[in-house]
Design a protein. Structure first.
Length: 447
């Protein structure tokens, strides 16, 4: 089932019959052969999911690491696969007197893993951080993911309901995508299945299958070696009741793997995600998007309710109320901005947007001057200078041993915080204020 990303086509009878097949095999460079449920395949074959083929997983990193060409499409499939592996392992190992994990629970987790990044915009996190936030749009990509999931569900409701996923289950899937903090009541609390919130987007202790996939997949694409092995965590994971709530608990002997999990995250942030050149490129693309917006740039999209082509600005497209324009946005929007800027009577800001993008493509990026002080950064925020830009890179230590639960060989049914056996001082948040000059000539740059 293919079509415009803004137009959800109702599956034909033959497509619905195909969607009810038992499973399909995918070959992945990370995990090898992956067997995916027919419902997941039906979702993958929608235009809304297909759109993820055209959104780079690592945004501006592709301009620094030539191998980082992978997209959100394969990442989401990988997360769904790992989510299924984890909850199926928990289902087999968990006694019913602790909690009964049903096949519907398993499918909910798989769908959440598959759909968790449906809402990403062009160049992934860049769109939110460098374009939407500076213009005051606070919509999160997880919220957009949930809205797009609703759109898919409404178009294929009978396929979902044949598998036991009705509106109540879709509500649970959306909570799994967003993640729930320990104190927040959720849909699953009535059945004491809070542990399910720790699988896809773990807001409790930051160990989840989303990270397992992007650690492994991103390192593979970037050419970075790592020592993290998610399989040891997966095989030792169990569900236990702790302080009245079900939690995922790991064996104490995998402490080293837990530490490696957080070390890998920090290393990726320093080596790639917040690499000063890739950040500079995303700064420039974000600036070009804002210039294009102020220059009156609009893109075309198909509106199924009006059965015709419509126009939208980049800012208006990021809305939970009107998804068709947002579903048209991919990394290809850069080319459309450059094309429109060549048209007659283009706004000066739209021409500037093209010039900034051309600098990126020709590798004439803003020059890194060096690190500066927080005071200068605050002054620049209050009174921005057109000759340079200051960006802040934040490196956080996310490992909190009080929130990670483990069990021992001698007491396999008694969970306890990792902090009881691992004395670790939580690292402070590290901030680096990077200054870039917009001037092209090196002799004009002054630190």
């Amino acid at each position: 089932m293919q079509g415009s990303a803004g137009s959800t086509q109702v599956p034909s009878g033959s497509e619905r019959k195909q969607a009810r097949k038992e499973s399909t095999i995918f070959n992945d460079p990370i995990y090898g052969l992956m067997e995916l449920d027919s419902l997941l395949v039906a979702i993958i074959n929608t235009p809304e999911f297909d759109r993820l083929r055209y959104i780079k997983q690592l945004g501006g990193n592709y301009y620094v690491y030539p191998g980082a060409s992978h997209n959100r499409f394969e990442h989401c499939i990988g997360v769904s696969f790992l989510a299924g592996k984890l909850i199926e392992a928990l289902q087999q190992k968990t006694p019913h007197d602790v909690v009964q994990i049903t096949d519907v629970d398993v499918l909910c987790v798989k769908v959440a893993g598959l759909c968790h990044d449906l809402g990403h915009g062009p160049y992934s996190h860049m769109f939110g951080k460098r374009f939407l936030e500076p213009l005051g749009n606070e919509v999160e990509h997880e919220e957009l993911s949930c809205a797009i999931l609703d759109k898919i569900y409404n178009a294929m409701k009978d396929i979902f309901e044949d598998r036991g996923l009705k509106e109540a289950q879709i509500a649970i899937i959306k909570e799994l995508i967003i993640g729930k903090k320990t104190a927040d009541p959720g849909q699953l609390d009535a059945e004491n299945k809070r542990f399910m919130y720790e699988i896809v987007a773990n807001k409790v202790c930051e160990i989840d299958v989303d990270k397992w996939d992007y650690f492994t997949r991103d390192c593979h694409a970037l050419g970075l070696k790592h020592g993290f092995d998610y399989q040891r965590l997966l095989h030792s994971a169990r569900v236990m009741v702790y302080e009245g709530k079900t939690r995922i608990v790991y064996r104490d002997k995998v402490i080293g793997d837990i530490e490696e999990h957080f070390y890998t995250r920090t290393r990726l942030h320093k080596a790639a995600y917040q690499h000063r050149v890739s950040c500079c490129i995303e700064i420039m693309i974000g600036e070009a998007f804002r210039l294009a917006h102020s220059g009156g740039y609009k893109f075309k999209y198909w509106d199924p309710t009006k059965q015709g082509l419509q126009s939208s600005t980049l800012l208006d497209a990021a809305s939970l109320e009107n998804l068709p324009p947002y579903l048209e946005l991919t990394d290809n929007i850069v080319r459309d901005i450059m094309r429109q800027s060549h048209e007659t009577a283009s706004h000066p800001d739209l021409i500037k947007a093209r010039e900034v993008l051309e600098r990126v493509l020709r590798r004439k990026i803003y020059r890194y001057v060096g690190e500066t002080s927080e005071d200068e950064y605050k002054a620049w925020i209050e009174n921005p200078c057109e000759d340079f830009v200051i960006d802040v890179a934040i490196f956080e230590d996310k490992m909190n041993t009080k929130n990670i639960l483990v069990y021992s060989k001698t007491n396999p049914d008694t969970p306890f915080p990792l902090s009881k056996i691992l004395t670790r001082v939580k690292g402070q948040t590290e901030k680096r204020f990077r200054k870039y000059s917009k001037k092209e000539k090196e002799d004009a740059v002054q630190a």
